[in-house]
Ligand binder design. Structure first.
Ligand code: ATP
Ligand code: MG
Length: 560
């Protein structure tokens, strides 16, 4: 059921355009990733926004691979981007485009500017160009090459294209205003020389258009109506409009900026994510601790939970930081309705029921999901020897400890009431066996005489349980804002050394043998766990903890 919410400022703007019949009332958005890394949760926000607006206003959303930097881009990234967007549940139909498909057109647009006296080939070095640019307080200085005649510029640009200059020897710049208060308008570089192989155009080009020149022209040529981007491009909007106006394109999209998503305890910079992967601080782009879409998918996040998150955090005009606990809250919310409950014991200790017949096995019916009225159930084997969580037993238990302790009776979920009678310890003093008796008049975990117990615990049957590897993930960084690096440190100093804890000897109920990679469960009383989508098989039970059961978000919410 869709929740009612008020319109955000982008929606208001679009609705106004529709009312005024701008663009014939059409809405065409785009998601324009650069294929230089895997998509992350910040991109997910942009995907949900752009594809979501297209859905809301019966328009469409294009996927455009913004591939103008051949040195950093790879087809592996192009493929992963498509996979991740589809997984999130969005469809660009046949509207997938590549900025590189427009190289010819963009080149022609540059020639148009040169002919109008609005672009020139500059022979200053990159270093000099930077120095000449000036600062926020200080106007820039004009390049001595700024007033080259049109003919010379045409000739030099042609030479750039033909590979007659070395990298860095010449660039093409828009001729705008070196004293503009907006530094973006101080004769920005629009083409540079780069002798690198491009993943799509091969060695055809040795000059590549810059982002600011490419983006607006790509938007325009695709008929994009609303070009939505993050706040750091606010100053670039003037250049976006300048290029389209001066090239004289027929169609002029409207750029609208919104605040990017920031999440605490993680980073969203592709450069840093790449470094984490390359230096093996994580196992790969899809390491479940990564904020990448493939990482959180492997962690057990569902597309629905991410879309819900994207809607609920909303669209703002000012930067902010969202609490990781809120993302987790959205996942719990979704999984609570969907995930089947199963019994898994992470740190097992043995229980022997002294008055239970040797060799007997009973099967108890267990409902898969009590939150779902149409839920199926399954049968769980019960026998004389069981395992329970070590933390569910205490030798000297305080009165508030509602689990197992000497002389106390608790419910073994779905099975019986059991009372602890004695314990055995090993040589090092650790409890090795907990002896209990059961009450046969409590079948299914309910007492015939109406007697109540304070606690219910989970268990597995020793003879039937399966060994599993459980990976407990925690936040990747110890610092709220790891991108904010103190002097003498790097972000690597904030990596959480305990972000992964592996339990090799967990025991899970036998039904889990039949699950599939990617299946998500609630381990009773422990948390949500996902069968690892790479390593899980019926003979190698590997589960990743997605989130614990405890929702710290509601606490935070009440505090605010
Ligand atoms: P880079 O660090 O390489 O500049 P980027 O994060 O800007 O990377 P792009 O591939 O250019 O990555 O991003 C594609 C789209 O996703 C852009 O429109 C960008 O505005 C949007 N986007 C990127 N990061 C976020 C974020 N944290 N929140 C919202 N949108 C984002
Ligand atoms: Mg970018």
């Amino acid at each position: 059921m869709e929740e009612k919410r008020s319109r955000n400022f982008i929606e208001e703007r679009i609705e106004e355009d529709i009312r005024n019949n701008k663009n014939d009332g059409k809405v065409i958005t785009r998601f324009p990733p650069e294929p230089n890394g895997y998509l992350h949760i910040g991109h997910a926000k942009s995907i949900c926004l752009n594809f979501g607006l297209a859905e809301t206003y019966n328009g469409r959303c294009h996927l455009r691979l913004d591939d103008t930097n051949p040195t950093k881009e790879e087809t592996e990234y192009v493929d992963s981007i498509q996979e991740d967007i589809k997984w999130l549940g969005f469809d660009w139909q046949d509207h997938i485009y590549y900025a590189s498909d427009y190289f010819e057109y963009i080149y022609e647009c540059a020639v148009v500017l040169i002919k109008k006296g609005l672009a020139y080939v500059d022979s200053l070095s990159a270093e000099e160009i930077r120095k000449f640019r000036g600062t926020l307080k200080e106007a820039g200085k004009e390049s001595p090459f700024r007033n080259r005649p049109v003919e010379e510029n045409l000739e030099l640009f042609e030479k750039m294209k033909n590979g007659e200059f070395k990298e860095g020897e010449a660039v093409l710049r828009a001729k705008i205003d070196m004293s503009s208060g907006n530094i973006c308008m101080r004769d920005p570089v629009i083409y540079r020389i780069q002798f690198s192989h491009h993943h799509r155009t091969g060695d055809k080009w040795c000059i590549y258009p810059m982002y600011d020149f490419t983006h607006c022209l790509s938007d325009s040529t695709e008929g994009i109506t609303h070009s939505i981007c993050t706040l750091e491009f606010e100053n670039n909007r003037a250049l976006y409009d300048w290029v389209l106006e001066n090239v004289g394109t027929e169609h002029r999209p409207q750029q609208i900026e919104f605040a990017r998503l920031n999440l605490n305890y993680t980073v969203m910079s592709k450069r840093i994510l790449l470094q984490l992967v390359k230096e093996n601080h994580v196992s790969g782009w899809d390491d479940p601790r990564m904020p990448t879409i493939c990482g959180i998918r492997r962690r057990g996040y569902t597309p629905e939970s991410i879309r819900d998150f994207a809607v609920k955090i909303g669209v703002a005009k000012a930067d902010n930081v969202v609490d990781m606990a809120f993302l987790e809250h959205c996942l719990r919310n979704d999984l609570n309705k969907k995930a089947n409950r199963v019994m898994a014991v992470l740190e097992p200790v043995k229980v022997i029921i002294d008055n239970y017949p040797d060799g007997k096995v009973e099967y108890f019916k267990a409902v898969n999901n009590p939150e779902d009225e149409n839920s199926d159930s399954r049968e769980i084997p019960f026998s004389k020897e069981l395992y329970i969580e070590r933390s569910d037993f205490m030798e000297d238990a305080p009165s508030k400890f509602f689990r197992l302790a000497p002389g106390r009776e608790v419910r073994f979920k779905f099975a019986y009431y059991l009372t602890c009678t004695s314990i055995e310890k090993n040589a090092s003093g650790e409890i090795s066996v907990i002896h209990c008796t059961y009450d046969p008049a409590t079948t299914g975990g309910w007492s015939e005489d109406g007697r109540k117990v304070k606690g219910t615990i989970h268990w597995v049957s020793a003879a039937h349980a399966l060994k599993a590897e459980i990976r407990l993930y925690d936040r990747l960084f110890t610092k709220e804002n790891p991108g904010n690096v103190e002097e003498g440190k790097t972000f690597l100093d904030y990596l959480n050394p305990d972000s992964l804890k592996v339990i090799n000897n967990a025991l899970v109920e036998p039904s889990l043998k039949n699950s599939n990679p990617g299946d998500i469960f609630q381990f009773e009383r422990t948390g949500y766990f996902c069968a690892d989508n790479r390593e899980f098989s019926g003979n190698n039970l590997v589960f990743n903890r997605s989130v614990s059961l405890k929702d710290s978000w509601s606490k935070i919410e009440n505090k605010n």
